[in-house]
Design a protein around this ligand. Sequence first.
Ligand SMILES: *[C@@H]1O[C@H](CO)[C@@H](O)[C@H](O)[C@H]1NC(C)=O
Ligand SMILES: *[C@@H]1O[C@H](CO)[C@@H](O)[C@H](O)[C@H]1NC(C)=O
Length: 288
Amino acid sequence: MFTLADCLLLLLALITVGASADPGYADSAELGSGTPSAEEIDLLESLSLLAVNSSNVSLTMSEGGWRCPTLQIGQYSTLTLPMRETFGARFEDEFSLLLQLRSWQLEDRSLLTLLNPYSHILLQIRLSPYTFSFVSTRHRHYEFPVGVLSDGAWHRVSVGVSAQRLALYVDCTLVESVSWNSPGLDITTDGLLMVGGIVEGFETPFEGDLRQMTFLMGNPDAASDHCAFHRPACKGASVAPKPPRSPGMSRTMEDLLLSSNDLEDLIENAESSTDMEVPPIVSVTLGV
Ligand SMILES: *[C@@H]1O[C@H](CO)[C@@H](O)[C@H](O)[C@H]1NC(C)=O
Ligand SMILES: *[C@@H]1O[C@H](CO)[C@@H](O)[C@H](O)[C@H]1NC(C)=O
């Protein structure tokens, strides 16, 4: 359980991070073309906003000197975001995906899935006790041998996707870089992004903790710099000051700047929702 002070700290941390690291991708998406390269899309931030109203998900601050917002994903949770809101009108063919996660499941499970409106998988990240899999369109499925991602310890995982190569790094070390001459991933942004939950009934949903889930669009090389430059949004022990409202702040961030009464309500709701009965497994079907 987390205290009111923790919640406040957490919200402040998220707001500060949102205001500094992200000039407002919702705004740049509206501008259409001309989005800058290496756009940073912090999914942890967007997912954390959903966590308040979702069951079997919680947001905590990790213990220790560095306080990192951590999203705890239960097996009965499904977090979905509209891709258009998240990525804008276009999904770049080259990007890096940076993850920091902890999981102790012994099953094969999907962590992150991008679906088109017909529920077809455009991109999926899967984990098993022995593998990390990257699934993309045209039945391309790359399985990397990685034996540590089910051990319950924190790991950094980064994937670099370029037109020529697909590279995977785990804990700052290159696992493998395969050449694949991708003609493009064909990822459209009219569907959903999903974390946790399942697409097919027989699957096992992901259960674990996330401290970072960031896409760096247009920058396939960032994956190799994960540990040096692209660390998750952790704060030192001091409390960050409340940032001023700025016109560049995205709308969701403004929604977060609630009056203290609203905030207490939100926190109460968040706390009571963790006592709820176990909901059934949610399978996302977007129609056929
Ligand atoms: C949570 O749900 C309530 C009721 O549906 C809604 O009014 C509120 O805006 C939601 N909060 C967030 C942060 O999405
Ligand atoms: C999800 O629900 C299960 C079963 O009630 C519970 O054991 C687990 O702690 C919950 N996880 C989160 C993150 O809420």
